[in-house]
Design a protein around this ligand. Structure first.
Ligand SMILES: O=P(O)(O)OC[C@H]1O[C@H](OP(=O)(O)OP(=O)(O)O)[C@H](O)[C@@H]1O
Ligand code: HPA
Ligand SMILES: [Mg+2]
Length: 175
């Protein structure tokens, strides 16, 4: 409608930026594994795609876990924002390994923000251990183990979503 302000995306609403390099992400995943090593052993890792695939590979490598499954979740388009769609559920084999409730399974995602995604997966596997690399306050209570907390108004920029680019000097008005 004419005169209406365009709706801002979650990223645009976030006031702060937290860019993460590959090196930093790898270090944070290793730090996460140190903590998880005290909690395991785990029969399998369940990665929440797509963001959870990267930490899941690193964590599984460090913990020596060879069985990795995915749960594929997508957000609806913007007029139904917030609704989630399960494109692929957890495999029967992984469900069996977790005794039907997820006991001994490790769910991995890159981050929790509002907690909507994590809440949905927790419902599928109530007894699994849920680990993320980063957590924002709204989603934090859902997570069993995480490494770094950032404020709710921070947007985390992952290395697979970004590229190096020119940044003007402060003197020229750079933020
Ligand atoms: O706590 P929430 O508010 O639910 O947000 C967290 C989820 O959002 C991101 O995934 P996204 O839906 O952007 O998809 P992707 O992993 O495929 O990039 C992130 O990887 C988490 O899975
Ligand atoms: O802060 C974030 N960064 C990247 N993806 C996300 N999805 C939800 N929150 C975020
Ligand atoms: Mg995701």
């Amino acid at each position: 409608m004419a005169g209406e302000a365009p709706e801002l995306s979650a990223q645009e609403r976030a006031g702060r930026a937290f860019p993460v390099s590959w090196d930093q992400f790898h270090r944070d995943c290793r730090a996460l594994t140190w903590r998880l090593n005290e909690v395991g052993p785990f029969h399998a890792v369940i990665a929440i795609t797509r963001g959870g695939l990267v930490p899941a590979a690193i964590v599984a490598r460090e913990l020596g876990v060879r069985v990795i499954d995915t749960v594929c979740i997508a957000s609806y388009d913007h007029d139904k924002q917030g609704e989630l769609q399960v494109l692929k559920g957890i495999s029967e084999q992984a469900m069996k390994l977790g005794g039907g409730t997820g006991k001994g399974l490790l769910i991995v995602d890159d981050l929790v923000d509002t907690g909507k995604t994590g809440r949905m997966v927790r419902k599928m596997l109530p007894d699994a251990h849920f680990a993320t690399v980063y957590a924002k306050p709204m989603g934090r209570p859902l997570v069993d183990t995480f490494i770094t907390e950032v404020s709710q108004d921070t947007w985390i920029f992952f290395p697979w979503d970004t590229a190096l680019s020119y940044h003007p000097p402060l003197r020229d008005g750079a933020a």
